[in-house]
Ligand binder design. Structure first.
Ligand code: HEC
Length: 404
């Protein structure tokens, strides 16, 4: 997830949703392409089967019922009649129909390499229709073969030479390979070929169209969801973030975010507003108590400074300012230890107080030497007391000048 960590939420969201949608749409498009392809092949196979069956039925019928006539009229030979019927059936379509045999009488019925392969397979047991989509000359086409099985009537002309009618004997000599079939033997096959290229290009075209439509829908979807996400989540969260940084910068807790919503974002903003008013209230209280403290030490008779554990002076009264020879503005922020000749002792005492919890310099009156801004030295009696502010331990030093 490292790649997403540098991006904004909306970019990450758009990226993830785009990836998901693209995968989904590609999977859908691919599966619909496959389905269409299957349907097209199934349709072509159904047609090829129907034509082949008609041809076989026709020739079986002729073979059984038109037995004498072929001698006078060769057009009534089952093969010849079925071929011309097949031509008429498929006229105008792109179907190509042949009746082929390994032991052909007419060289026109010689099988091509695919037909030869299948006819050889048909010699084995369990002969059924066979089909496949193959690529020939760079173009895809469906090849379909339905075997023709010899029955008793076929053997009149395809059985032995001796029993064949005279006109057959005349055309095909005794040792011709087209004789010698048994009942139940495969004599040949109806072979149908259907060019698939135009059908395939049609579904490829459909696929392209689907992908374009889906792509448009997907883009609109991503734009709309991105916009909604931006409006409902990103903008309010950004507002909260901006407001928090401003508070951190200015320390002003009076800001509130005006946004009424009943969802989680509404809750977040509500909590933010509560937090801000709580902090606002606390600051107000602290300022008031500081103010009271300031007023209180101002009327005291002795110099008083309040300082942090590092010696930084936070509050001072007029008497203290006079003692050190500085104005309030100059004194605040200075380090108390710097004004003391033995400042390090106090520093250590405060450290002791933090580590051990007590210190001999705290809570008791000690004599200290103070150096004012001009370098003059004074003796003072000093009492350090500890007080707890919101976050920090603070110390107050009450000094009393010792006049000798
Ligand atoms: C009246 C005789 C006769 C009968 C009955 C007959 N055939 Fe034929 N058959 C022929 C002749 C003749 C040809 C060659 C036709 C041509 O010149 O195209 C042929 C051709 C074929 C062919 C094409 C391959 C080739 O040899 O050129 C097949 C397959 C075939 N017959 C199967 C059958 C089947 C199956 C039956 C029975 C349902 C059958 N025939 C009945 C005379 C017959």
């Amino acid at each position: 997830m490292k790649i997403f960590s540098g991006n904004s939420v909306s970019t990450t969201f758009n990226l993830i949703s785009s990836l998901l949608l693209i995968t989904l749409f590609l999977a859908l498009a691919l599966s619909s392409y496959r389905r269409e392809q299957e349907l097209i092949i199934k349709g072509a196979v159904d047609n090829a089967r129907a034509i082949s069956r008609q041809i076989i039925e026709t020739r079986d019928y002729l073979s059984r019922n038109v037995t004498k006539e072929p001698e006078q009229n060769p057009n009534l030979i089952p093969q010849v009649a079925a071929t011309s019927i097949a031509k008429q059936l498929t006229g105008g379509s792109n179907f190509y129909v042949r009746q082929v045999s390994l032991r052909y009488r007419n060289p026109d019925n010689r099988p091509d390499s695919y037909e030869r392969e299948i006819l050889n397979k048909f010699k084995g047991p369990g002969q059924k229709e066979v089909w496949q989509v193959s690529k020939e000359g760079g173009k895809k086409s469906l090849r379909y073969l339905l075997p023709m099985i010899a029955d008793q009537s076929c053997l009149a002309c395809h059985g032995s030479y001796e029993t064949a009618p005279g006109f057959i004997q005349e055309r095909f000599p005794k040792d011709h390979f087209s004789y010698g079939y048994q009942v139940g033997e495969i004599i040949g096959a109806v072979s149908v070929a259907v060019p698939m290229e135009s059908l395939y290009s049609q579904i490829r075209h459909n696929l392209k169209r689907d992908v374009i439509y889906d792509g448009i829908v997907m883009t609109i979807f991503i734009i709309i969801t991105g916009w909604i996400l931006h409006r409902t989540i990103i903008t309010p969260v950004k507002k909260v973030a901006a407001s928090i940084s401003e508070v951190a910068l200015t320390g002003n807790f009076s800001q509130r975010i005006e946004l009424k919503r009943n969802d989680e974002i509404g809750e977040l903003i509500h909590s933010y507003n509560i937090l801000m008013s709580e902090l606002d209230h606390k600051t107000q209280q602290r300022m008031e108590s500081e103010e009271r403290y300031r007023n209180f030490i101002e009327i005291a008779q002795s110099p008083i400074v309040t300082f942090m554990s590092d010696g930084k002076i936070l509050i001072s009264n007029q008497k203290a300012e006079k003692l050190f020879g500085l104005t309030k503005e100059e004194l605040l922020g200075q380090c108390l230890f710097e004004f003391m000749v033995n400042g390090d002792d106090l520093k250590n005492a405060i450290n002791d107080y933090f580590t051990a919890g007590t210190s001999d310099l705290i809570g008791t009156t000690t004599r200290q030497k103070i150096r004012d801004v001009c370098g003059r030295l004074f003796d003072v009696d000093m009492v350090i007391s500890v007080s707890q502010s919101d976050q920090n331990q603070m110390f107050s030093a009450i000094l009393r000048s010792v006049k000798e």
